[in-house]
Design a protein around this ligand. Structure first.
Ligand SMILES: C[S@@+](CC[C@H](N)C(=O)[O-])C[C@H]1O[C@@H](n2cnc3c(N)ncnc32)[C@H](O)[C@@H]1O
Length: 230
């Protein structure tokens, strides 16, 4: 099936996590009414969960295509920081066998949704119960989700760590630096988007630019890093 099974409640979160999913008319309505009214009223009634499930799948399939060559059969333990609903992890799960997925997320939707750099790291657009149901419904059987504000984070040596448009895109990498050092092996692959790519040459021995987003406001880059230097 080339779409995710998407209930309305999770679809309402997905359109916050991936704003490119809503079409031009809804975008215009959101601009006119503001994000809060949009989330509480418009997306409660006027989005089509089936269409969201299909578009979200397509976007995540493209994200997967960009990173799939860096995932090997030997990679077992995956950590996602700020995965949103977890569509990318579902597609990894569809394409490989025996992967174990861990998620670190926030368990609330902030009232004032700001899509820029969040120096206090208060912005969040998730609900971990809905995320768990979405992952289960779409095929991940063993689900380990951790609320970064309230849970003890998993102490596992990860093979791959993924954070799309979250770590060092919305909030400071240094919030997680010590934790990441603890759960990384030398060759753990860390994939994330950043608005200060050069900075990471000081932090990692290996830094590869996977993609440059030159036409966006943030002008971010997607990096694949490994081997902490500091
Ligand atoms: C723009 S969304 C991106 C979601 C997903 N990675 C994607 O590409 O669709 C950013 C996500 O980061 C989460 N987030 C914010 N602060 C976080 C933190 N400190 N740790 C983990 N997740 C966080 C938000 O709740 C939200 O789901």
């Amino acid at each position: 099936m080339n779409r995710f099974l998407t209930q309305r409640k999770i679809a309402r979160l997905i359109v916050l996590q991936r704003i490119e999913i809503i079409g031009p008319i809804l975008k215009k309505i959101r601009k006119t009414l503001g994000r809060r009214i949009f989330t509480n009223i418009v997306s409660k009634f006027f989005i089509n969960p089936k269409t969201i499930g299909k578009k979200y799948y397509e976007i995540m399939q493209n994200e997967f295509n960009l990173i799939k060559e860096f995932i090997s059969e030997k990679d077992i333990f995956f950590l996602s920081i700020g995965s949103g609903a977890g569509g990318l992890e579902l597609i990894i799960n569809n394409n490989f066998e025996n992967k174990k997925f861990y998620f670190i997320e926030k368990n609330y939707v902030s009232k004032k949704v700001i899509y820029n750099w969040d120096s206090k790291n208060l912005e969040a657009y998730n609900n971990l119960e809905l995320q768990k149901n979405f992952l289960k419904e779409n095929g991940i059987k063993e689900i380990n989700i951790f609320d970064c504000d309230n849970d003890k984070l998993p102490n596992v040596k990860f093979d791959v760590i993924i954070s799309l448009f979250s770590l060092d895109y919305h909030y400071d990498f240094y919030i997680y630096k010590d934790y990441l050092k603890k759960v990384c092996k030398d060759n753990t692959k860390i994939i994330f988007d950043t608005i200060r790519a050069d900075h990471f040459n000081k932090i990692f021995k290996n830094v590869v630019v996977l993609k440059e987003y030159n036409n966006t406001v943030h002008k971010s880059k997607r990096l694949l890093c490994s081997n902490f230097l500091i």
